[in-house]
Design a protein around this ligand. Structure first.
Ligand SMILES: [Zn+2]
Length: 151
């Protein structure tokens, strides 16, 4: 699949979901979905709203907010709190592992991917009879930069 097809698939998944939930397909809602499905970083609702507004100038903040909340409630949007008072969202389409490291000093964050960690979790959980699907969560710590002494 090309990148464009992957994006198209994601948009279609969200459209189908909203249709099933009884939401009519409107130009506004489609614009939200198209922007949201292609997000590559985490944005708060205000930032998503600004992006959508560029495509559909007459859209209301409440429409964007409600749509994102609906997606979150149904597992299509992952919310992160990064200590600055904003909730940020990003699209979620599969069960892949996702750990986010966040520095407690400067609040920088980046995803952590570690096969060893996955294997470790899997081993521990399977011993307890748990079928393992995915790891999702936050890791708190101090980044390399913040650990350096000031001088
Ligand atoms: Zn830091």
């Amino acid at each position: 699949m090309t990148r464009e097809q992957i994006v198209e698939n994601k948009i279609q998944i969200l459209k189908d979901f909203l249709n099933k939930k009884g939401f009519k397909s409107t130009k506004q809602r489609n614009a939200i979905i198209e922007i949201f499905a292609t997000l590559e970083n985490q944005l708060n609702v205000e930032e998503i709203y600004k992006k959508v507004k560029r495509k559909v100038p007459n859209i209301g903040f409440a429409t964007v907010y409600r749509t994102i909340k609906l997606l979150e409630k149904n597992g299509f949007a992952i919310r992160s709190h990064l200590g600055d008072g904003f909730s940020r969202f990003e699209p979620e389409f599969n069960q892949k592992n996702r750990l986010l490291f966040q520095c407690t000093e400067c609040h920088t964050h980046h995803p952590v991917e570690d096969d060893e960690l996955t294997y470790l979790f899997q081993t521990i959980l399977e011993k307890k009879g748990i079928k393992f699907f995915a790891i999702k969560g936050e890791i708190k710590g101090m980044c390399e930069f913040c650990q350096k002494p000031l001088n």
